[in-house]
Ligand binder design. Structure first.
Ligand SMILES: C[S@@+](CC[C@H](N)C(=O)[O-])C[C@H]1O[C@@H](n2cnc3c(N)ncnc32)[C@H](O)[C@@H]1O
Length: 296
């Protein structure tokens, strides 16, 4: 029986599929396209691997990533529980004439991995919409569903960004007494030669279950955030080894200034994005981060 968070998520993404498609395709110079850069990171992972014969995109939305991968000649499957999202994804694949793009309308928690395994499993903008139990289950399923040597790529809202957003998220960390622990993690990341070695660092506890987030622009009240260390630890505990953490949507200004001058924020964010690979010290300033974990 699905819980309130997943019921709200399904309801939202059934009603807003068309809007999501526009967001994914947007090249406005007033809005940094997070979807595009998350997808680009997955494409970079695929390109960096010796061989990728199959990809699964969990919570594929309007299917842009699946279509880009199928366009590289790699069979790619998109799975999403919103039939409106899947309809748009299928239309895109047939318009682009991509016979190796395949879409399934189903919850990941009902998908049968016993007869399907993949070299890469991606999940962008997905783990924020599932409970902690479901997240653990998802990591277990992904482990089973990956071939040995397979890559799991997960995008996450970045809780460390709460330190620099200077808004109600920051106030919440201060009132919960977690700001100092988050700051210590940010400092350690900025100084670390290899942040994948930081999984044992002392950091803040996970956000309280069913925590409510306002003003996220999405009508789902609980959208969890994680820190890089928290996610590394959770993945390590499920048998993965984390290869890389990559910042997406790096902020040079806080969201209040961004609201007043979106074009200034956009220019800075675009400029900084190019430095993402070589400067993990930018991670605390990014509102999203990507994790590339490996199944040995
Ligand atoms: C924020 S959208 C991201 C879409 C796409 N990955 C992207 O980056 O553009 C999250 C998607 O996850 C899907 N989703 C959420 N929970 C799911 C579940 N349990 N099984 C399958 N899809 C799910 C939603 O329907 C929605 O399309």
């Amino acid at each position: 029986m699905a819980k309130k968070q997943q019921i709200q998520t399904l309801d939202y993404f059934k009603k807003h599929a068309g809007e999501w498609k526009e967001k994914a395709a947007s090249d406005s110079e007033r809005r940094f396209n997070v979807i595009k850069y998350r997808n680009q990171y997955v494409l970079d992972v695929v390109a960096s691997r010796a061989a990728t014969r199959s990809v699964l995109d969990v919570g594929c939305g309007t299917g842009d990533l699946v279509c880009d991968i199928a366009g590289m000649g790699i069979p790619a499957t998109g799975l999403d529980f919103s039939d409106e999202m899947i309809d748009l994804a299928q239309k895109e694949a047939s318009q682009r004439n991509l016979p190796t793009a395949d879409f399934i309308c189903q919850s990941i928690f009902d998908y049968d991995f016993s007869s399907n395994t993949f070299d890469v499993i991606a999940a962008n903008g997905f783990i924020e919409y599932i409970s902690y139990d479901e997240r653990d289950r998802f990591f277990e399923l992904a482990y089973q569903g990956l071939n040995p040597g397979g890559s799991l790529v997960v995008g996450s809202r970045n809780r460390l960004f709460n330190l620099f957003s200077l808004n109600s998220y920051t106030e919440k960390e201060i009132s919960q007494g977690t700001a100092a622990q988050l700051l210590a993690e940010a400092v350690a990341i900025a100084a670390a030669p290899d942040i994948t070695q930081l999984a044992d660092l002392e950091t803040a506890p996970l956000q309280p279950m069913d925590t409510e987030h306002t003003d996220t622009g999405i009508g789902v009240t609980t959208r969890y955030q994680y820190t890089p260390v928290q996610l590394m630890r959770l993945l390590n505990a499920r048998g993965f080894s984390v290869r890389q953490i990559f910042p997406v949507h790096i902020h040079g200004v806080n969201p209040a200034f961004k609201g007043l001058h979106p074009e200034v924020h956009f220019s800075i964010a675009m400029l900084l994005q190019d430095y993402g690979y070589d400067h993990p010290s930018l991670i605390p300033y990014s509102s999203t981060f990507m994790v590339h974990a490996f199944r040995e």
